[in-house]
Design a protein around this ligand. Structure first.
Ligand SMILES: [Ca+2]
Ligand SMILES: [Ca+2]
Length: 178
């Protein structure tokens, strides 16, 4: 290793390239990055519930994974009501047994909610393709704000909101020479 570094330095070139040539193998770090999207999954959660979704990574040398959860609260049943925000978060269980919790968030009234989590694979994990295999995502639906009258002094009439639909997308970036 030391010898390789010295040769590289003496020739004024990059030690890494010298090492690659000497070993007769390419270094995956020199390969371009490509992104694969596993597409979007739609589902529905009831208030205060957990739901597991599983994605499978089949490529080596994955550098990072991006998971996005989006939801849009139902439109109010009547024009004088507004639908109060719904709450979501998720926890990711990686193939190398890390547990990563996203932030929790509420949507703004009338707007979509969105949580994006970017998980960087540790350097030695990229080399060992630790991201290969099953990625388990636990989607947690928390409090779902009910529909309430939008005018002040209008009483306490509510229309219950018992959950929400969501869309989950999973994509990952990896080095490849294909
Ligand atoms: Ca709501
Ligand atoms: Ca809802």
């Amino acid at each position: 290793m030391l010898l390789v570094a010295l040769i590289g330095a003496a020739l004024g070139g990059s030690p890494k390239i010298t090492e690659d040539v000497e070993n007769g193998v390419e270094d995956f770090r020199d390969w371009p990055l490509q992104t694969i999207s596993e597409g979007s999954r739609r589902g529905s959660s009831t208030e205060q519930s957990d739901q597991i979704e599983i994605f499978n990574i089949t490529e080596s040398y994955v550098t990072q994974v991006t998971i996005e959860l989006r939801w849009l609260d139902e439109a109010p049943d009547y024009s004088n009501f507004e639908n109060q925000p719904d709450e979501f978060n998720f926890t990711v269980y990686t193939p190398w047994d890390a547990e990563i919790g996203s932030i929790g968030d509420f949507n703004a009234i009338g707007a979509a909610g969105q949580i994006i989590e970017i998980i960087k694979v540790p350097e030695e994990g990229i080399e060992q393709s630790s991201a290969l295999g099953e990625w388990k995502i636990n989607i947690h639906c928390g409090n779902c704000g009910d529909q309430t009258l939008s005018r002040p002094n209008a009483g306490v009439l509510i229309i219950e909101d018992n959950g929400n639909d969501w869309t989950l997308t999973f994509k990952y970036e990896f080095h490849t020479n294909n």
